[in-house]
Write a new protein. Structure first.
Length: 254
């Protein structure tokens, strides 16, 4: 195996599947390391993903490798890494998020929410986007980085609020916002940023399509009732935009 990434808690290696010959990514977590939360997070992700057979969800396999726990999934760069290397057109952004929305909707139909949809958890294998890292993601998880919090729905940062499929709609919309504007909708402290709606995308990028801006803003409404009712409804409006059909979101005028 070829070492690809090394952190304090785990290492990621590039390898070739012995049966299919496809290039895969193997994450190794040492048993000896006293990081039970990190290990459980990976196990939750593998067990959840194993239940989900969908073209836009990465197939994950949980392995036992001697003194390690191992998770095997397709090899590719995260969307977060890709965004440091290239920009996406309006149509590319809409298509990518529409594909991930179908994955989120499929998972929801199986009783699973993702709750941490962000560029780090979208894997690009060639031009194919795959949603990864399903599992139980608690807000107080110390492995959650500040960049993760920038894509969380407001109700996820407010203890006692109901979290449901509309929380994943917000995550999808936050990824779209990042693709369109170059920044996440939340900058700085989430508790402070959620006091007002994020800047409209066309104020940051005036040449954006007004319809795509409207779709994006509806998906990241701070008030849950104003968002799309589901990832499917969000994906349908993105499809209408791509097919140059009327959308349900109402465009704004500058």
């Amino acid at each position: 195996m070829e070492l690809d990434v090394e952190t304090e808690s785990f290492t990621i290696h590039k390898d070739q599947h012995c049966e299919t010959n496809e290039v895969v990514k193997i994450t190794l977590i040492p048993f000896a390391r006293d990081d039970k939360l990190c290990r459980q997070r990976f196990r939750n992700a593998a067990e959840a993903a194993a239940k989900l057979q969908h073209h836009a969800i990465a197939g994950v396999e949980l392995l036992e490798c001697g003194e390690y726990e191992a998770v095997r999934l397709p090899f590719g760069n995260s969307l977060a890494i890709t965004l440091t290397q290239r920009q996406f057109t309006n149509r590319e952004a809409a298509q990518l998020v529409a594909d991930i929305a179908t994955a989120a909707q499929f998972a929801c139909s199986k009783g699973l929410l993702h709750l941490r949809i962000n560029p780090d958890n979208i894997l690009l294998v060639g031009d194919k986007p795959l949603l990864v890292n399903f599992g139980n993601h608690a807000l107080n998880d110390p492995t959650m980085h500040e960049r993760d919090r920038a894509f969380l729905a407001p109700e996820q940062t407010d203890e006692g609020k109901v979290v449901d499929q509309k929380s994943d709609v917000f995550g999808l919309g936050a990824v779209l916002y990042r693709l369109l504007t170059g920044r996440p909708p939340v900058v700085g402290s989430a508790s402070q940023s959620y006091r007002a709606s994020p800047p409209r995308p066309r104020l940051l990028e005036p040449h954006l399509d007004p319809k795509l801006e409207a779709i994006c803003l509806k998906s990241i409404e701070l008030k849950v009732s104003r968002r799309y009712s589901s990832a499917a409804a969000f994906e349908e409006d993105l499809g209408c935009f791509l097919d140059e059909l009327p959308i349900t979101a109402r465009p704004y005028s500058l």
